[in-house]
Design a protein around this ligand. Structure first.
Ligand SMILES: [Zn+2]
Length: 546
């Protein structure tokens, strides 16, 4: 029953989405749409008036027939329940529910406890410390949270693996720790609507003047987004902003302060008139935004359908392989191939798999005849031989080299190998063995190992990737005989890889940790290095075309 219900629900969601995704002109031409997501970090579990503010905001959206996303802190959800605020829970449950950490600002916050940890223990620490909150959200709201976003500036790379374990596949927040061109992107196998810079806007909550300025600013962002082909615009707030004069956590947990619960202070509050005025103008702002032509209000849960990952939706061609080879030799970073993108990690996996397949010690299924009249579609051909035996290499003449290759997601390495070999030339068979060994270890660990063993010697993953790029180019460029004749070079060299994907993750710098809650002089160089290694997985997310 549950399965049927889920299927029906997703069918319904898909139908709704596809009907509304793109605006259609009278002539039937599709034009870009700005997908505006309003999200609220619902976190103040100290000031009770913040509960009412969350409810009021939910009602404003409900009255206007659109849905918002409430990213809720675990402790906040429990506070709704323990204060008997079923009315608030009910009002919010008409909207999308995301997750916003277990305690948010009680020390240690995620970046504080992950600061010195490696990958595996860091993922475990995050799951243990933040797991309860997302479980409580499931119990209290009856849904798997649609997204996660970090507390303040407490971003940690290890959170992504925990999110995937929990089935949360969208990271929705604003921070400068990781970003790609101000648009949504994939990182660690999770869709990120993060660091959207020019696509983020908001209105001040002061009254008429703020409202006018807010509408004008939205107009500018909206225009620019349409010029760029549409896509996501982020508008975010905290419900407590409508009722407080100062953030609840700044009052209690600033600069590392960690008072016990009985000493927590209430933040100073706005007057009822100020609060009322802020709600009134916010309702007007929402009305302004949602009634713009070519605006579609979307929840976090709908964002995933706008940015599907097509790399996992079908095989890659020989031309794709050639492009990947050329690209990764120059730069170890993502590549766009038509309407899909592949990360450096995905390319490494595909190239290694192609080398192993190429070696031909398996049965290959062909979709296309190879030699006119000799093989029919779907025929199975046993590819024997191997290096140096031309008949062993037939399958590249067909279109899809990855026939039978299932792209698997891999995380980036969890560390760097201190000494790796950077030159040398090895026979084809040694590379095949290295690829087999790499695939076995990578699939076992679920990530790229820190070193890959070629002829018994450790090679850094970026060098291994560049070397496979060179090999793949030779494979893809060669035709079978007579014009298809294929001759392997006897040996292939190690090439130096230039891992540039890391630049999309910030350096550890003082400004990165400017959140007032962090202890003074907080830094996390080791953790940001881990973050850079995970940039093996970064790639742009491509908006579904009309
Ligand atoms: Zn927050």
């Amino acid at each position: 029953m549950r399965k049927i219900l889920c299927t029906l629900t997703s069918l319904f969601i898909c139908t709704v989405l596809f009907v509304n995704l793109f605006a259609e002109t009278a002539e039937g031409d599709k034009q870009p749409v700005a997908h505006v997501s309003f999200w609220f970090d619902t976190e103040d579990y100290i000031l009770p008036a913040a509960d009412d503010a969350a409810k009021r905001l939910a009602e404003i959206f409900t009255e206007q027939g659109v849905r918002a996303t409430f990213k809720i802190v675990g402790e906040k959800a429990r506070v709704f329940r323990d204060r008997g605020r079923d009315d608030v829970i009910l009002a919010l449950s008409k909207h999308d529910i995301g997750y916003h950490a277990e305690y948010h600002s009680i020390h240690p916050t995620p970046a504080e406890y992950e600061q010195q940890l490696g990958w595996d223990e860091g993922v475990k620490a995050f799951m243990r410390r933040e797991g309860r909150g997302q479980r409580d959200l499931r119990k209290i709201f009856g849904v798997v949270p649609s997204c996660y976003g970090q507390a303040g500036g407490s971003w940690v790379p290890q959170s992504y693996a925990a999110l995937r374990n929990w089935g949360i596949l969208l990271y929705l927040d604003e921070t400068s720790h990781v970003g790609l061109g101000g648009k949504p992107f994939w990182y660690c196998g999770v869709l990120n609507a993060v660091h959207l810079s020019g696509r983020v806007t908001r209105m001040g909550l002061g009254g008429e003047e703020d409202f006018k300025r807010g509408c004008q600013r939205f107009g500018e962002v909206h225009k620019r987004v349409l010029e760029e082909g549409g896509g996501l615009i982020s508008i975010y707030y905290h419900p407590c902003e409508w009722v407080h004069r100062q953030f609840w956590d700044g009052v209690n947990f600033a600069r590392g302060a960690n008072p016990p619960r009985e000493e927590w202070k209430l933040p100073p509050q706005k007057s009822p008139e100020e609060t009322e005025r802020a709600f009134k103008y916010f309702a007007k702002y929402l009305e302004y935004v949602r009634t713009r032509p070519t605006v579609q209000i979307v929840t976090a849960r709908e964002i995933g359908a706008l940015y599907p990952d097509r790399a996992y939706q079908g095989p890659f061609t020989r031309d794709d392989l050639l492009q990947m080879g050329k690209h990764i030799q120059k730069e170890v970073t993502f590549l766009r191939l038509g309407d899909r993108t592949v990360s450096a990690a995905e390319m490494l996996y595909l190239l290694a798999k192609a080398v192993v397949l190429f070696d031909g010690e398996r049965q290959m299924k062909f979709r296309h005849p190879i030699v006119e009249g000799s093989l029919r579609e779907g025929a199975t051909l046993s590819i024997g031989g191997g290096f140096g035996q031309e008949e062993g290499l037939l399958f590249f003449e067909t279109g899809d080299f990855s026939e039978g290759i299932e792209l698997k997601f891999l995380y980036g390495p969890s560390g760097t190998w201190s000494e790796t070999i950077q030159e040398g030339t090895f026979p084809w068979k040694r590379w095949v063995e290295a690829c087999r060994d790499f695939l076995e270890e990578a699939e076992d660990l679920g990530r790229i190992p820190a070193a890959i063993w070629v002829a018994g010697k450790p090679v850094a993953p970026q060098d291994f990737a560049a070397s496979l790029g060179g090999i793949a180019r030779k494979l893809a460029n060669t035709r079978l005989f007579p014009e298809r004749s294929f001759v392997f070079a006897k040996e292939f060299p190690i090439e130096r890889g230039n891992f540039t994907a890391g630049k999309y993750v910030s350096e550890d710098r003082p400004g990165l940790w400017g959140w007032v809650i962090f202890p003074p002089d907080f830094r996390a160089p080791k953790m940001m290095e881990l973050g850079k290694l995970q940039a093996w997985t970064i790639k742009p997310a491509i908006l579904l075309e009309p």
